[in-house]
Structure formats: structure tokens, C-alpha cells
Design a protein around this ligand. Structure first.
Ligand code: AR6
Length: 351
């Protein structure tokens, strides 16, 4: 099940367990630790006294008391000492051990703060990367709903290099929306119809182009079309294919299993089986994009899949341009993409 990035105060998050960025005594402190103890009430400290502390990288569980969360998992992150003292492995262990503990207790939803990224001085962009990698690895094996609660201003958490190349990419391509188009935003019926019509036009145009190309190209050349382009026959045969049918066909073609696909798409199992069992299922645009990423589709194929659901990639949507950036870079890690979408304050993909 999926990873969600949220901006909130972790003491207000209603999940089976929130994770506390504690210290080895487990007897409270500042930062998120202080906030959790204040919100949970003095009984939390009482229970912590009986735990005998906790080592760096390890995790222990208590009840949540006055918190909306039923449990608190206390973990101790490493203190940043420049990066050569095994900090990354220890930080990764915090996430993994906390998640394992949650699983042993049959918990289904867990929310983490950015461990070590405050008083312990871990650079925030690197702390976020470790968190996402460790949680992502766990979620490829197990079903759990995990949230990463980020308190800080988003732009600070993405590496400067990635942030500036995405900004550049958007600046080069972003088109201010036409005033007429702007009024049709927000998912209303009229807007959907317009988008659908635009997408249909695009496919018709694409078929024309392919037909022209097939007429003009010498036979040998047309046999050697670039892999990312579909053949004319494929396009024509697939005109009536629904989103759900295309998704299932692509899963087969790529030799993936259902569970590999929905995990890579950051989509939960229930939503996936709904789509599987309803050939006319109408997904949201982020859901379609999530599957396009999971299936490592080219831009052309991504547009095709979007079209099946009545959408198209738009140059007046920053979110679309960010996804497009990653597809062009052939970086199909949904968690990295979501990290970037989150940093640019755009809705993330999947659930
Ligand atoms: N909700 C979500 N995130 C928060 C909240 C909150 N209410 N408050 C702070 N953060 P830190 P550490 C973020 O310092 O670096 C304590 O004294 C914060 O912006 O809480 O692991 C312990 O007792 C930062 O990004 O934890 C230890 O001695 C992240 O949570 C030491 O600090 C972690 O910051 C642990 O230091």
C-alpha cells in the first residue's frame, strides 16, 4: 500500500501509530518528541520509563493515550556528524525497524516525521531521500499505509540540483492557461468534455500522421519504427480500448504481476481490484499517471493511456510537466516523482 507525503502537525494525524523522533533515554525532549509528549499526556512518559531506553536505529512501541493515534513508535535517529559515520544506514534502520514493529503489531497505518532532520542536524534533503528510499523498499514487500509528515517549507527538502533542473524544465515549457480554458478547470463536466474532445482530436491527428508516415515511408523503414512509437495497426486496433483494458494489456506485455504494478504505482489493492473488475472504470488523472509510471510507459504511451480516461498531458499544468520531466529522464520511481510534486506543491500520484 501507498506512501503519502503530507504537511501537518504529526500529533494531529489519526493513524494506528505515529513515530516519535526520540533520544536514547526515551524520556522526552524538544522538537517533535516534546510535541508528542505534550499531546499524549503524562501517561506516555510513565510507560516510557519502563522501556529502559532505546538504541540508535532501534524502535519501541507504546500506547498513544490522548493522541488521535492509537500507538506511538519511538525510534532514535543518528546525530549528523558529516555523513561518514554510518548515519544513512542508521537512519534507514529507524524507518525499517519502526515499520517492522508496526507490522508485528498488526498495524495498518503509520505516520513518520522526518527523523533526525531537526535537532540531530541531518540535512533535510538527504533525510527525506533516506526516508523515502527506506519506506519505499518496505512497501514493495508489504501492504501498509504510510505517511511522511513534513513540517518544513517544501522547497528546502528537495536537493538543490533536482529542484533547479525541474524549475528550468517547467520554465521552458510552461504555458499560461488560456482564459477560456481556465474557467473550465476544476473537474466540472464541461471541462471534462472539453478535455476529452481535445484528447480525441489529438488521437485523430496522431492516426493521420501515422497514416501519412506509413504511406510515405519506404517499406524497410516503416518496419523499423522507433520502439516508443506504436505502429499504425496497433493504434487502429486499440482505438476502442478502455483505460482498464489498456492497463491490463500493458501489465501482461511488461510481464508484471498485479501486485508489483499497484505497489509501483503507489495505489492500494482495493482500488486496483475495482479497476480490474470494471472495464469502464473512470480513474482520476493522478491514478492514470501513477500506472503509467509503474509500467514505465513512454510519453507517447502515457498520453495514450490518459486519453482512454478522457485526459491529456497539459503544458499549463505544473504537475503534468513534472511527471513529463521524470518520464523523459526515464526515472520511474514513483516516490521520487511524488517527492518532487510535493516540493512544488502539486498533488502527488497514486493514493
Ligand atoms: N509534526 C511533524 N514534524 C515535526 C513536528 C510536528 N509537530 N515538530 C517538529 N517536526 P526533531 P531529531 C519536524 O528535532 O532531529 C528531541 O529533543 C522538524 O521540523 O524533532 O530526530 C529528541 O528528544 C524536523 O524536520 O528530531 C531528541 O533529543 C523533524 O520533525 C532530538 O530532538 C525532526 O526534528 C531528536 O532530533
Amino acid at each position: 500500500m501507498p506512501l503519502k507525503l503530507i504537511r501537518d502537525d504529526i500529533t494531529r494525524v489519526k493513524v494506528d501509530a505515529i513515530v516519535n523522533a526520540a533520544n536514547e533515554t526515551l524520556l522526552g525532549g524538544g522538537g517533535v518528541d516534546g510535541a508528542i509528549h505534550r499531546a499524549a499526556g503524562p501517561e506516555l512518559l510513565e510507560e516510557c520509563r519502563g522501556l529502559g531506553g532505546c538504541q540508535v536505529g532501534q524502535a519501541k512501541i507504546t500506547k498513544g493515550y490522548q493522541l488521535p493515534a492509537r500507538h506511538v513508535i519511538h525510534t532514535v535517529g543518528p546525530v549528523w556528524q558529516g555523513g561518514n559515520q554510518g548515519e544513512a544506514a542508521l537512519l534507514k534502520a529507524c524507518y525499517r525497524n519502526s515499520l517492522e514493529l508496526a507490522r508485528e503489531h498488526g498495524l495498518e497505518s503509520v505516520a513518520f516525521p522526518l527523523i533526525s532532520a531537526g535537532a540531530f542536524g541531518y540535512p533535510k534533503d538527504q533525510a527525506l531521500q533516506v526516508a523515502i528510499a527506506a519506506i519505499g523498499e518496505f512497501l514493495l514487500q508489504h501492504d501498509m499505509k504510510v505517511s511522511l509528515v513534513v513540517f518544513d517549507k517544501a522547497a528546502f527538502i528537495l536537493s538543490k540540483k533536482l529542484f533547479s533542473s525541474i524549475t528550468q524544465y517547467i520554465d521552458d515549457r510552461y504555458i499560461e492557461e488560456h482564459p477560456v480554458a481556465r474557467t473550465s478547470r476544476g473537474g466540472d463536466r464541461q471541462g471534462l468534455r472539453e478535455r476529452y474532445a481535445a484528447a480525441e482530436k489529438r488521437l485523430a491527428y496522431e492516426i493521420d500522421q501515422l497514416q501519412d508516415a506509413a504511406m510515405e515511408a519506404p517499406v524497410e523503414e516503416s518496419l523499423q519504427e522507433p520502439k516508443t512509437k506504436r505502429s499504425l495497426e496497433e493504434v487502429v486496433n486499440q482505438v476502442d480500448e478502455t483505460f482498464s483494458q489498456m492497463l491490463l494489456r500493458k501489465i501482461d506485455e511488461k510481464g508484471l504481476t498485479d501486485s508489483q504494478t499497484y505497489k509501483r504505482a503507489n495505489i492500494d489493492r482495493k482500488l486496483f481490484s475495482k479497476i480490474r473488475n470494471d472495464i469502464h472504470y473512470k480513474p482520476s488523472k493522478p491514478t492514470v499517471l501513477a500506472f503509467a509510471i509503474a509500467l514505465e510507459l513512454s510519453l507517447d504511451e502515457t498520453n495514450d493511456m490518459l486519453l482512454r480516461a478522457g485526459f491529456a498531458l497539459s503544458r499549463s499544468s505544473r504537475a503534468d510537466l513534472i511527471v513529463q520531466y521524470f518520464i523523459e529522464e526515464e526515472n520511474y520511481n514513483i516516490f521520487h516523482i511524488n517527492e518532487a510534486l510535493f516540493a512544488f506543491e502539486q498533488p502527488t500520484l497514486g493514493v
